[in-house]
Design a protein around this ligand. Structure first.
Ligand code: PLP
Length: 427
């Protein structure tokens, strides 16, 4: 933290651009932590916040409800196949905490109190709270908190670039799936399998191979294990489809959305549950079957109104086909990026790209931490008027979905140039 004592202070956002106190402009290359959809200060969204702010700013969902929370929930269950009810929270981490508690209590209410284990994928990420660090254990982030995390059964996650020796990639994918099947067969105490939907992002941008998620979903059904999906970063168009689990032909029992739900304007996340899950919580008060979870700002009407407007904008601007066009453009730059000295691998789907930097392309060896690659990339990108952020040694390209082709070109030109400049300095 000694290296991060001075920050550029952002005071304004317009379209794809952020402006700091000195008037410098930066293209928002990471959609302000992967959540911005339409760019900043979008008229319709600002108007919707203003109108709602004059009517009702907040009213609790404890014993009451509010019109915006009701309307949004109705829209979300229409949008998400097989989902029946919505539980509101404030951010992705809490939405995933909710999904885990829901799964545990589902089995408790069913009288199966031993079903308390979670099976997860290595390198998955589900948030920064204690429960979600347990579920999505990225060792580089969380090893220092290990003593307080609950144990989960971890299944290896296929990453083509880092396929272990002795396997072809296809064989390795089969091996991972065999591990899932073996784990399910050998343990009768499993509550749920938890994974990100479509791709792992924070764990290094790893896009699942075709059929991987569907097969896990089918194995869960076969063994009577709940299937929990995390679409917080990958749903709402990031990977090119509105509902990624539908695209993956998988059927979760519980799924969470966040980030782009409000177009990145206000904090809101949701956990959706199927009817099977919901029904297990019904009972008389004295039976105490109800879900023991709630936050002060659960179902905040300002955030829900913004999400409703955001959903209308997805329809109005028909954004999903446009994402495909931008995605094709990103794809067209991959060869050029792969040729750069420091680049080991480029992984891409929809409006998500991860550029893995290595110190030796042949050996795929990581760049030593002392080289401060994250800071160099950030600073170099700023010189190119771009706000870029790396996760570990993976440069993340996660722009607002509605970015124009011209701005996307600016982003990619600047990123490529920044990587070139850094490679001159550190090799
Ligand atoms: C897949 C996934 N799940 C959960 C989270 C946690 O969301 P939040 O940062 O809103 O708590 C993130 C955040 O990046 C994420 O990528």
């Amino acid at each position: 933290m000694r290296e991060w004592t001075r920050f550029d202070v952002i005071v304004k956002g317009k379209g794809m651009w952020l402006q700091d106190t000195k008037g410098n402009l930066f293209l928002d290359g990471v959609a302000s932590m992967w959540c911005n959809v339409w760019g900043h200060s979008k008229d319709e969204l600002v108007k919707s916040i203003t109108i709602q702010a004059k009517k009702l700013q907040h009213s609790s969902l404890f014993n009451l409800t509010n019109d915006k929370a009701e309307e949004l929930a109705t829209k979300l269950v229409r949008l998400a196949p097989n989902m029946y009810k919505v539980f509101y929270s404030d951010d992705g981490s809490t939405a995933m905490e909710v999904s885990a508690k829901m799964a545990l209590q589902y089995w408790y209410n069913k009288g199966e109190k031993k079903k308390t284990k979670f099976v997860t994928l290595e390198n998955g990420y589900h948030g920064d709270t204690t429960g979600t660090m347990s579920l999505g254990y990225v060792p580089a982030f969380f090893s220092r908190y290990k003593s307080v995390l609950f144990p989960t059964i971890k299944i290896p996650s296929p990453n083509k670039y880092r396929t272990p020796n002795g396997f072809t990639f296809e064989d390795y994918v089969d091996h991972c799936l065999d591990e899932v099947e073996k784990t399910f067969s050998q343990n009768n105490n499993i509550a749920a399998f938890v994974m990100e939907s479509g791709a792992q992002i924070a764990g290094g941008v790893t896009v699942y191979p075709g059929g991987f998620q569907r097969k896990i979903s089918n194995l869960c059904k076969k063994h009577g294990i709940l299937f929990i999906l995390d679409e917080i970063a990958t749903g709402f168009g990031r990977l090119g489809s509105m509902i990624e689990y539908q695209n993956q032909k998988s059927t979760p029992d519980i799924v969470s959305f966040g980030k782009m739900l409000t177009a990145g304007y206000l904090p809101l996340a949701v956990t959706l549950a199927s009817k099977k899950i919901y029904d297990a919580f019904l009972g008389q008060h004295h039976e105490m079957r109800h879900f023991f979870h709630g936050h002060t700002f659960t179902g905040n009407p300002l955030a829900c109104a913004t999400a409703i407007t955001n959903l209308a904008l997805y329809k109005k601007y028909n954004i999903i086909p446009k994402i495909k066009k931008n995605s094709t453009y990103l794809q067209s730059r991959i060869d050029e990026i792969s040729d750069l000295d420091l680049v080991g691998d480029v992984r891409h789907k929809g409006m998500l790209m991860g550029i893995e930097l290595v110190s030796n392309k042949m050996k795929k060896s990581p760049i030593p931490l002392e080289k401060r690659i994250h800071q160099r990339i950030f600073n170099e990108a700023k010189k190119h008027k771009i706000y870029l952020r790396t996760l570990g040694h993976v440069v993340m390209i996660v722009p607002p979905l509605a970015i124009s082709e011209r701005e996307l070109e600016f982003l990619m030109d600047g990123t490529i140039d920044a990587i070139k400049k850094i490679s001159e300095k550190i090799t």
